[in-house]
Design a protein around this ligand. Sequence first.
Ligand code: CA2
Length: 149
Amino acid sequence: MKTALILNGPNLNLLGTREPEMYGKQTLADVEALCRVACQTHGYVLDFRHSNHEGVLVDWIQEAGRAYAEGTLAGVVFNAGAYTHTSVALHDAIKGAGVPVIELHISNVHAREPFRHHSYLSPVARGVILGLGVQGYALAIAGLAGLLR
Ligand code: CA2
């Protein structure tokens, strides 16, 4: 059984504690639970992680590239948080890893401040899901399953 790797970037550990109008009331633990259900549905083992640190996220994308090459990983669902709009390092890591990455945003970043309209990740992502709330995570896992079919 392959693994689906779900990566969460800076401040996503605060989900459910503030800005419910933007991100909803569910916590990151709730998101992990819904990802677990989606992975069971699609026959994946869930690997769900959070880090506030850019270099850690780079390390995890590199690790994902190796696991994908070995055939043990289906792909990555990646909510890089604010690093989406700043990180050439994450762009390069995704490009170099060769693993399918679905970029995910809970909010519709295009309906927000202009500095959120640009993503360094989108050009190297296989797909992008945004603005659908935390259910977007389940849709992204379904998207990974669709890519492999
Ligand atoms: O909409 C998304 O999922 C974002 O990736 C969330 C990031 C934001 O910087 C991106 O532009 C869009 C921010 C995540 C921080 O989440 C918080 C949740 C509750 C309280 C404070 C922050």
